[in-house]
Ligand binder design. Sequence first.
Ligand code: NAD
Length: 255
Amino acid sequence: MKIKDKTAIVTGAASGLGRAVSAMLLESGARVAMLDHAVGVLNEANLLGGKGFVVDVSDEKGTAAAFESVLEMLGPVSILVNCAGVAQPGSVMRKGHPMPLAEFRRVIEINLLGTINCMRLAVAQMNRYKDDQGDEEVGIVVNTASIAAFDGQMGQAAYSASKAGVAAMTLPLARELGDLGVRVMCVAPGVFATPMTLDLPEKSRDVVFSAKPPFPSRPGRPEEFAAMVRAIIEIPMLNGEVIRLDGALRMPARL
Ligand SMILES: NC(=O)c1ccc[n+]([C@@H]2O[C@H](COP(=O)([O-])OP(=O)(O)OC[C@H]3O[C@@H](n4cnc5c(N)ncnc54)[C@H](O)[C@@H]3O)[C@@H](O)[C@H]2O)c1
């Protein structure tokens, strides 16, 4: 799909990977709605030239309202890139006591349910307006999993489960939505230098960045993720696949 003159929605757009994707799409000539639950998204959108919306992607009504506003202001969405996510580590057993279920649930709600929530709303717009666009391909969705979906570490059960869910729904959704002319792809990043990793307490940050990919032996850069998303959008044969973007990094059980 050509990016120029399309309407795109990016979630988790206030920082890190989502912000970089928003910048790439704007530079490529798209109209970009930048969604995030952090109010800082309004400022980032102003800086980049997008339109900011403060919304929690796990909130059904709030997200539906935001998508309606995008439709009114920017037109029907053709590109959705889901980057909103939280990486909340936590052991299931803590000194003999079970973890509070609410902690696990929240990670699933944001990372997994937030992703499908935005997808279903976006695809409804893509489908509703497909005749108006006259394109064979009416939409593309790029979701963000993590290599933790495959080699999750100790303390990452909730995060890994949420990201494995995001990865696992890629093929069935690509199969289901193919008839509508909508592609579904997923990127599973390794360790990237974003606020999610850079803002960790010093000790945890050092541990995360001690994971050295074989090559290039450094954390990924948000622009590299954005370049991956750009390639996915532009290459129509990419569909129903999860692409690891990790410099061949495989995480051990613990660092
Ligand atoms: N940075 C990494 O090393 C790495 C590795 C693998 C996967 N990921 C995934 O990439 C995605 C982007 O992460 P990032 O590294 O840019 O982190 P980040 O913290 O910089 O960005 C995540 C954004 O999501 C937003 N967000 C969180 N919960 C939300 C909610 N309920 N509703 C709306 N917005 C919400 C945050 O406010 C933040 O702006 C996440 O899904 C993350 O799990 C990151």
